[in-house]
Design a protein around this ligand. Structure first.
Ligand code: GDP
Length: 459
């Protein structure tokens, strides 16, 4: 990314027509630059305004003609989101006007911000640690309230608080070990060694507990996999569309239309669910379709929930029997009898007792969808709970926590074996590095780049 001391600007609100649109600036010249495109109602310049104060006026375009009325909020370093001087121009949400205002700001010395550059500056200026910066993107992208709440608590520093004490203790232990390496007269007596072993054990447990929350974190963020299986033409794609509420999958009257798996995300009872529409299960000579069938069987095997679909307007066939077999192997399975708007032929009894519920629906009329939604909620697997904010949803953080736990474990072993202090120090310092990576105390520049590239422009 370009140098961090230039003044950056971006439209911070989503593209499209809206009530309000915000152009945001950050950097040493942010306030002076905003002032050049702004005429205050009271004639007072922005450079005189105090931190957080709202100033009303008009903003002018590149031709110096007023283009919109706006409210400007300036904040001065270091008391701002980025830790630098910032100015926010709250205008009307007109994409045309906002683009012109941004052009005027850029013509007056700012440069277009890169994705995530505001938050990257906040991190580099020590306003946020890396877990907090990553929580910002998690809140923005949250698909469920639970994810947003967990991220909000992380933005408040929940993860950092959890690991900071351990980091401090490791530092103390490392300092003592360093002293014994540098000054051979110094020694670590048995009492101290025992105390250190105890502290390392506690820290290892705490890190492993934190790492274990990632199982739930993955589900929170990526959703529970629910595979929709059934023979061709029973109404799987129609059901997916009905559940998601819009036409995502291709629906036709020709069997075998869904040759690959299609995924849609839907929220059931607050749980994000990945509904996976699979190819119809049947014997086929068509190579592409056979691969689709193979994938369907795999999807059912890997899914946490199987939604097995049967045509209620026809009797069961051998192909349905194959579906029943696949569903039986699943830990959680719900049967859906579709086309309930047609005269019923299939009986619930013929499906056996391998399902937690059998629900009759019509994707055409919407009948039974709410009952199906309840059945899905009831059948979703339970995942271990974690304290909000202390559930790791981020693979980078999870990997560093896992690595830290391993090194702390190795350090306790080294201590227990009574190896030389310098050997134990190697493990302790590796643990310190791993913990430091979680919050970004010590982290490589390319990792930082990768993290902030995921952000949107203006954040
Ligand atoms: P898939 O092959 O299992 O994915 O089945 P589709 O969703 O493509 O549906 C196959 C055919 O059944 C299409 O002609 C749909 O219009 C029809 N169909 C699907 N669901 C219903 C339903 O609830 N009622 C009626 N009457 N027809 C349906």
């Amino acid at each position: 990314m370009p140098s961090t001391n230039s003044t950056i600007a971006a439209i911070a609100t989503a593209p499209g027509v809206a009530a309000i649109g915000i152009v945001r600036l950050s950097g040493a010249d942010a306030i002076a630059t905003a002032d050049r495109v702004f005429r205050s109602k009271l004639g007072r310049g922005l450079t005189e305004s105090s931190t957080g104060r709202i100033t009303r006026g008009v903003v002018v375009g590149t031709d110096l003609e007023p283009i919109d009325e706006c409210l400007v909020i300036c904040r001065r370093a270091p008391n701002s989101y980025t830790g630098e001087d910032t100015a926010e121009l709250h205008c009307h949400g007109s994409p045309t006007a906002l683009a012109e205002i941004l052009r005027a700001v850029l013509a007056n010395g700012a440069r277009q911000a890169e994705p995530g550059e505001f938050t990257k500056r906040a991190f580099l200026n020590g306003r946020l640690d890396l877990t907090q910066a990553e929580a910002v993107i998690d809140i923005i992208e949250a698909e469920t309230v639970a994810v947003a709440k967990n991220a909000a608590a992380q933005l408040g520093g929940a993860i950092a608080r959890r690991i900071d004490d351990g980091y401090g203790e490791l530092l103390d232990i490392a300092a003592h070990f360093h002293a014994t390496v540098d000054y051979p007269d110094e020694d670590i007596d048995d009492f101290k060694a025992g105390e250190y072993a105890f502290k390392l054990g506690q820290l290892e447990n705490s890190l492993r507990e934190l790492y274990d929350t990632f199982e739930r974190g993955k589900v929170l963020k990526n959703g529970v996999a629910a595979a929709i299986i059934g023979k061709p033409n029973v109404g799987k794609s129609s059901l997916l569309n009905a559940l998601v509420g819009f036409d995502r999958a291709i629906v036709t009257a020709n069997p075998g239309t869904t040759r690959d798996t299609i995924e849609e995300r839907a929220v059931f009872g607050g749980t994000l669910t990945r509904l996976i529409d699979t190819a119809g299960l049947r014997g086929t000579r068509d190579e592409a379709e056979a691969e689709g069938v193979e994938r369907a069987i795999r999807a059912a095997r890997d899914a946490e929930l199987v939604i097995a679909v049967f045509d209620g307007s026809a009797n069961l066939t051998d192909e349905d029997a194959a579906v029943l077999t696949n569903a039986k192997d699943a830990a959680n399975a719900v049967a859906v009898v579709t086309k309930s708007d047609l005269p019923p032929v299939l009986s619930d009894k013929s499906l056996g007792d391998g399902f937690s519920a059998v629900v009759r629906v019509s994707s055409k009329t919407g009948e039974g969808l709410s009952a199906l939604s309840d059945a899905i909620i009831a059948a979703l697997p339970e995942f271990p709970r974690g304290r909000t904010g202390e559930i790791i949803t981020n693979a980078r953080q999870a990997e560093a926590v896992d690595r830290a736990a391993e090194f702390v474990h190795a350090a306790s072993l080294a201590l227990a074996r009574g190896v030389t202090p310098d050997a134990a120090l190697v493990e302790i310092e590796s643990a310190l590095t791993a913990i430091g990576e979680i919050t970004g105390r010590n982290i490589r520049e390319d990792t930082i780049e990768r993290i902030f590239e995921r952000f949107c422009v203006g954040k």
